[in-house]
Ligand binder design. Structure first.
Ligand code: SF4
Length: 682
């Protein structure tokens, strides 16, 4: 198949200073949770992006000096020549597919605590570090500023020698050069503070230093947060952000435009932003410079991409999450296979990986982060080993992914789903406010399954244990999902309530159309999206909603997906009444009794409708009655978790069919063992 001519413009080569990108697909820097500790995994991940057709593939943040240390989180380093040699593996892997390699040189300023290196944290102005910690940050002296410039310069030279084509000066996401730009963080009264020209001085010097260091071997890119979203107290795209670009317009070879102070606003979830949401901020830049501009916006539609280029918003299609969900997005467009794009759903599980300090994972793409460790490729999968057949019971995320991956391997698959539609939990959860894109997890898989002659999908096909027993298949897999508990057991309550009336509702009851009347009380001991999303649903429907939780904030785990502050703000604006640090004790007629998480002091909350969102139980009813240990369980049926974990579970099962157990063990990145530790401790 061939590229739709409408999309040809996306495949034009673009000059970036002394280098040329083969097309307009630009994977902007994004974290992987791998960093310097997992160099093989990191290189393999970037190589997959290049193989998939991204013309530019950038690294994650790469520290230029030990005074920028975000331990225990994973980040790259270019502190010495060993780091340089390690990163050369990544550039080689990217170049092998004809793409350009970019590196995001980084100093965190007050965003780092230097817990690993124990170096003194530095920033334009003294104060607290970003993350609560007893240690504060010291105001940079002129000597520190000179050192900072030298570190950037040295790191740029190492980046060039490692083979990178594009070297970044990173003035976004509230990191050090940006801290100099913003009046919110820079209260200096020397030539680096005060006027915007003074506050821009360090950024200008760093661009010049970097250019001087790399010469004509590499392009110099600037990543700039064009708007802090703090109104006129900070940098805005209408005023100072625009002015910074105007002042430095022709200095870098490329402008990479970001948004917001924190990563949460730049990589905003689909619950709180639409595709292309950064356009109104990014599009002030193009008219100010002749240099190419790139920005992100969770682009998955090739028509939206073409529109960005034709309307002059940007020269590239910047992407982090869409390249994670589908590393082969450019190739699929090039080959006229747009309908096979595994579209990002904007759930931000990828962000949670970095925030939890673990290697990258993705809801849509179960192979992400497993390229080196398990040797998984997002598009290729080993052919079947035998002529075995597989029965899958349940057409939710795990069942659909297992069917798709097994189908690609060539196995004969029968998938039975009891309801009229495929999708399982996705059908229900995607009806919640802001979560409509989640249905893409189903749509991508169903579209491909429909084209597979070796996969039979049956809806409205409930399977009893007898049906399963009698079905002729070599492998039988249960993907029957889970049910929300009605007994109060959750993250903090480990034992069931003594009695719970049937009038108490669970999220499953809500999705089944249960009658919700009067004042709604939601008790959240789950802490991910469900209780907060239900609260929004009923607030919007005009109910008075009270939210009670043992935690100290609403939907506390969504801190990891960078959504919590958006959720809390929205629900407060909608008028939610929230009560924190309350543990469920008992339920009476119209009353929820709780105890303070610290003092056990009792409280009571009145309700007309009570919804418990606490935890789920696997639906293993068929397996229990079969008593057959040869049956495999995947997804929430195996253990309730995120959609990402369900998809991963289905994919892993499919990969491992016919593979001996001893060959399923993933590789590990091992530290180097030095044979001689003599003198290590004086
Ligand atoms: Fe997109 Fe979710 Fe995958 Fe992140 S985890 S890339 S937001 S689908």
């Amino acid at each position: 198949m061939h590229c739709n001519p409408r999309y040809n413009i996306l495949f034009e080569p673009i000059t970036i200073g002394p280098v040329v990108a083969p097309n307009r697909f630009y994977q902007t820097p994004h974290a992987t949770g791998m960093g310097r500790n997992n160099p093989n995994s990191s290189a393999a991940l970037r190589a997959i992006k290049a193989e998939g057709g991204w013309g530019v593939v950038c690294t994650e943040y790469c520290s230029i000096h030990p005074s920028s240390d975000e331990t225990p989180y994973a980040y790259l380093t270019l502190w010495d020549d060993d780091d340089m040699r390690q990163l050369a593996q990544t550039t080689d892997a990217i170049h092998a597919h004809g793409s350009l390699a970019g590196i995001e040189l980084w100093h965190g300023g007050f965003h780092v605590n230097n817990r690993g290196t124990r170096e003194t944290p530095i920033a334009p102005t003294a104060g607290n570090t970003e993350y609560v910690h007893p240690g504060q940050v010291r105001a940079m002296t002129h000597r520190d500023i000179q050192d900072m410039r030298a570190w950037q310069r040295a790191a740029a030279i190492r980046a060039r020698d490692a083979g990178f084509d594009i070297v970044y000066v990173y003035a976004g996401h509230e990191y050090l050069p940006f801290q100099f730009l913003s009046r919110r963080f820079n209260q200096r009264d020397d030539e680096y503070g005060g006027s915007l020209e003074n506050r821009t001085r360090l950024l200008r010097e760093m661009i010049e230093d970097t250019r001087d260091a790399v010469g004509q071997d590499c392009a110099v890119a600037v990543r700039l947060a064009i708007d802090e979203l703090h109104g006129n107290s900070g940098i805005t795209s209408e005023n100072e952000g625009r002015d910074v670009v105007e002042m430095l317009a022709e200095l870098p070879d490329l402008w990479d435009i970001a948004l917001g102070g924190s990563l949460g606003t730049d990589s905003c979830s689909s619950r709180f932003s639409a595709e292309g949401y950064q356009e109104q901020y990014a599009n002030v830049v193009k008219p100010l410079t002749s240099k190419p501009v790139v920005s992100v916006g969770r682009f998955t539609s090739p028509d939206a991409m073409v529109s960005q280029i034709k309307r002059g918003v940007q020269d590239f299609i910047g992407a982090a999450r869409p390249s994670i969900a589908d590393p082969f997005l450019p190739k699929k467009i090039a080959e006229g296979r747009e309908d096979e794009i595994r579209e990002c759903i904007g759930c931000n599980i990828c962000r949670s990986s970095n925030n939890e300090g673990v290697p990258l994972r993705c809801t849509q793409n179960p192979t992400m982060g497993e390229e080196w460790r398990r040797g998984w490729h997002p598009e290729n999968i080993p052919a079947k080993h035998t002529d075995a057949s597989v029965l899958i019971v349940g057409g939710g995320p795990a069942g659909l992914e297992a069917a798709l991956a097994l189908g690609k391997r060539g196995y004969q698959v029968d998938l039975a789903e009891q309801s009229e539609q495929l999708g399982g939990r996705l059908l229900r959860e995607s009806t919640l406010p802001g979560l409509a894109h989640w249905i893409r997890v189903r749509d991508y898989r169903v579209n491909l399954l429909q084209q597979m002659p070796n996969v039979n999908v049956y809806t409205q096909s409930e399977m009893t244990s007898d049906d399963v027993r009698e079905f002729e298949a070599d492998y039988k897999v249960m993907a029957t999902g889970s049910r929300w508990r009605r007994d109060g057991v959750g993250a903090t309550a480990r034992t069931p309530l003594q009695s719970v009336s049937d009038d108490v509702l669970t999220p499953d009851d809500i999705f089944s159309g249960a009658d919700v009347t009067g004042d709604v009380l939601i008790y959240d001991d789950d802490h991910y999206f469900m209780a907060g999303a239900l609260a929004e649903k009923f607030l919007r429907a005009g109910h008075r909603v009270t939210y009670v939780t043992p935690e100290s904030i609403i939907s506390s785990w969504t801190v990891m997906t960078n959504e919590q502050e958006f959720i809390q703000t929205r629900l407060m604006e909608l008028g939610i009444e929230a009560h924190y640090l309350q543990r469920i004790d008992s339920i009476e007629e119209g009353l929820l009794n709780t105890a303070c998480a610290y003092t056990a002091k009792p409280s009571q909350f009145r309700f007309d409708t009570l919804i418990l969102a606490t935890s789920r139980e696997s639906d293993q009813s068929i397996v229990d009655s079969l008593g057959d240990s040869a049956i495999s369980l995947i997804g929430d049926c195996r253990v309730p978790s995120s959609i990402a974990d369900a998809v991963y579970s289905g994919h892993k099962f499919a990969r491992e069919v016919g593979v001996p157990r001893e060959l399923r063990v993933p590789r590990r990145e091992q530290a180097i063992i030095f044979s001689d530790l003599t003198g290590a401790v004086a």
